[in-house]
Design a binder for this molecule. Structure first.
Ligand SMILES: Nc1ncnc2c1ncn2[C@@H]1O[C@H](COP(=O)(O)OP(=O)(O)OP(=O)(O)O)[C@@H](O)[C@H]1O
Length: 228
């Protein structure tokens, strides 16, 4: 147990979120995510879900209010600290694609090496652990184009898990998948959550909300409210 173990993983207080420096997207956002929480983030297209997630991983700058994410105070953070913040988060986003010219193992190894791993056998073990965690039975030597959409998404989730994040931030992780495959991916997130990692998932899939009861946070009319 560390001294910080009871601190929320994410805490936003009176945060205003802007796009383009001047377009107010969400105002006075207040919420917390604690260890092991599963939180769905819902709201219509353009309501600000992605903007909120981007704020959490340092892609949108916090201009007013206070935010703390995995120990980093967003209002004090410097650009140079952003990669370190991201290392402590698992990010499953459409704009963080796999490298299509590297196989599965090489995609994962790239991230580990970029974050300071050097020991070959530790790297190999970690890669096989995360692949197991996402239920990817397929060969780590396969190229991304040889995998189905669902399998590629599993690799993306495995990659996000490499550095044992306290939380996974996922933006529409099932958006481009068939319903059946989307459901399997949802189950991967459930398994990861049950093992102790918090999840914040933006989704348009309201079936999940019924089927997998969890906290639900909604972006609507420039505000963020907890509805369940
Ligand atoms: N790069 C940008 N520059 C200017 N405005 C932007 C930018 N990105 C998003 N916006 C605007 O900010 C608002 C919130 O967009 P955001 O992408 O956060 O919504 P969303 O809820 O994630 O939508 P979706 O469900 O379609 O992903 C929208 O009005 C959008 O047009």
């Amino acid at each position: 147990m560390t001294a910080f173990s009871s601190e929320p993983i994410i805490k936003l207080e009176g945060v205003d979120i802007y796009q383009n420096g001047n377009k107010l997207v969400l105002s006075d956002v207040n919420f917390e995510i604690n260890k092991g929480d599963f939180v769905f983030l819902i709201g219509r297209t353009g309501s600000g879900k992605s903007s909120l997630l981007k704020t959490l991983y340092g892609d949108l700058w916090l201009e007013s209010g206070k935010g703390k994410v995995v120990g980093y105070e967003l209002q004090k953070m410097k650009q140079a600290e952003v990669p370190f913040l991201r290392r402590k988060l698992g990010i499953v986003f459409q704009d963080f694609q796999l490298f299509f010219d590297r196989n599965v193992e090489e995609n994962l190894e790239f991230v580990l090496r970029a974050t300071g791993w050097t020991d070959k056998s530790a790297i190999k073990t970690r890669i096989s652990d995360v692949l197991m965690q996402v239920g990817l039975g397929t060969s780590p030597k396969k190229m991304p184009h040889q995998l189905s959409g669902g399998e590629q998404q599993r690799v993306v989730i495995a990659r996000a898990m490499l550095n044992e994040p306290q939380i996974l931030l996922a933006d529409e992780p099932t958006g481009n998948l068939d319903p059946e495959v989307g459901e399997q991916i949802m189950q991967v997130f459930q398994t990861i959550n049950t093992a102790g990692t918090a999840i914040l998932m933006a989704t348009h899939n309201y079936d999940f909300l019924k089927k997998y009861p969890a906290r639900v946070v909604k972006c609507e009319n420039g505000a963020v409210t907890e509805i369940q």
